[in-house]
Structure formats: C-alpha cells, structure tokens
Design a protein around this ligand. Structure first.
Ligand code: ARG
Length: 259
C-alpha cells in the first residue's frame, strides 16, 4: 500500500513538472509570434466601396485588388488581412504601421510620392464624369465654361477630389465614397460626379437614368503604397507583381471582374 502511494506521489510530481515545462514553452512561443520575424499576417488598408477593385459581397471584401493582394501574400508565404477604412486614412495608416500596405485603386501622383513609396503600377485608371441622362453637361469643357455653376461631387481625398477642387473650387462637394456621391447626384445636390472609370460603370449599372460622359477628365496609374523607406516589403511586392504579370495571373483576375 505504501509503495503504491509513493508511486502515485512520484507520478503526480512528474505530471506537475511536465505541466510547468509546458506552460514555460507556451510563454516563449507566444512571445515569438508577436515579434516581426515570425509575422505571418500581411495587412492591407483599403476602402471597400470601389467596385470592381474592392467591394463587399456579404461580409467578404472581394475584387481585383483583393485578389491580387491575396496572390502577393501567398507568394510571400503570408496570410492577407484586409482592413476597410476611409480612403483618405489609408496613407496615414500605412505610415503609422497599423497596416503594411495600401491598395485601393490608388493613383500614383507627385503629392503622394512625398508621403509613401509606390510599387510598380498594376492597372490604369481614368477619371470620368457621371451625369444624369439629359444633363446640360455634355462634355468636360462645359464645367469650365464662363459663368459655369454646375456642382461637382467627388470621393473625399481622391485624385478626383484634388483635381476638381483645384479646377472648380467651392463648386465641389466631397462624399465619403462613390455610392454617396451618386446618391447626391440622384437627389439633385450635385450635377455630376467625377470618379474612376470602372467604379463609374458599376455605379451607372446600379442606378437608372445615369450615364458617363465620353470625354474623360484625367488618366492615371494604380499602384500599391508602403511606408516610405520600407524597401524590404516594396521589393517583395514588386517581385511578386512582376511574376503575377508574367504568368498571366493579373490578367486573369482583371478579366474576371471587367468584362
Ligand atoms: N484613383 C483614385 C485615387 O487614387 C480613387 C481611388 C479610390 N479608391 C477607393 N478604394 N475608394 O485617388
């Protein structure tokens, strides 16, 4: 009987010892996952009201950018996490490090190049003008005519906003996304909306009585932005984009969303 008790005691001590070893090991590994070296999640900042580049299907964010980003993350051996925010917060989020990169049909321009670094461009964009069918605005020049007074809706913080505000001053109203700008157009608050061509097509398809003017407003290139000087990530992203262009992946993704 005594022997059995002694054996049980020994067993109990052994179990205790293993358990404490185990918890030690756990503490060490959880410390490791928080360090950069073992980071496996790649965070993308976007504004998911920009079909077909990024938009919601149910709870999920899908689109050209979402899929290209997932393909890039896969090449980097990382898991993609998409963080939806206001378009004009993306560059700040990238610089603060709350996301690793920004991808949002984002146009490369001089102003932004002062704040962030951009990857190789993966798509082109065109700023176009949406009007109501039968609008007195027939071409982009009508907006510049002497005494012109038409009101212009844009998405806050976009190139459309910057250029239009420069050209038309207080005739411009900023909305937090294209859907809201088009609602304002439908409601008569503004007479036209300046926005990128593919989202414009999606908005016109979803709203009766609107059309896109044939004359465009500006031509642009889209790219991914990273924090200034983050060459390590930028090089990896550029290499991934090159490979995804070369093997046709980007074309396939674009063709899936733009017919
Ligand atoms: N291309 C424009 C820009 O860079 C508009 C982009 C808006 N993107 C978005 N996901 N809402 O300013």
């Amino acid at each position: 009987m005594k022997k059995i008790i002694a054996l049980l005691l020994m067993l109990a001590m052994l179990v205790c010892c293993f358990a404490s070893c185990g918890s030690d090991a756990e503490t060490t590994s959880s410390e490791d996952t928080s360090s950069v070296a073992t980071k496996t999640v790649l965070k993308m900042g976007t504004n998911a009201y920009f079909q077909p580049y990024e938009y919601y299907e149910g709870e999920k964010i899908i689109g050209i950018d979402a899929e290209i980003a997932a393909a890039i993350a896969e090449k980097l051996g990382m898991e993609l996490e998409i963080v939806d925010m206001q378009f004009d917060s993306i560059i700040t989020a990238v610089n603060e490090g709350s996301v690793d990169f920004g991808m949002a049909g984002m146009t490369v321009n001089e102003e932004r190049l002062k704040e962030v670094d951009f990857s190789t461009s993966y798509a082109n964009g065109v700023q176009v003008i949406i009007v109501k069918e039968g609008s007195s605005i027939k071409t982009v020049d009508d907006l510049y005519a002497d005494g012109a007074s038409q009101k212009v809706g844009v998405q806050l913080g976009t190139t459309g906003d910057t250029y239009a505000t420069g050209d038309f001053g207080d005739r411009v109203t900023q909305y937090s996304n294209g859907n809201e700008a088009v609602l304002a157009l439908n409601g008569g608050e503004v007479d036209c909306v300046i926005i990128d061509n593919e989202p414009a097509k999606a908005l016109v398809n979803a709203n009766k009585g609107l059309k896109i003017l044939e004359t465009s407003y500006a031509d642009e290139d889209y790219a991914i932005c990273v924090k200034k000087g983050n060459n390590d990530l930028l090089d990896k992203i550029n290499k991934a984009i090159d490979e995804l262009v070369a093997d046709g992946t980007i074309d396939t993704i674009v063709a899936k969303y733009i017919k």
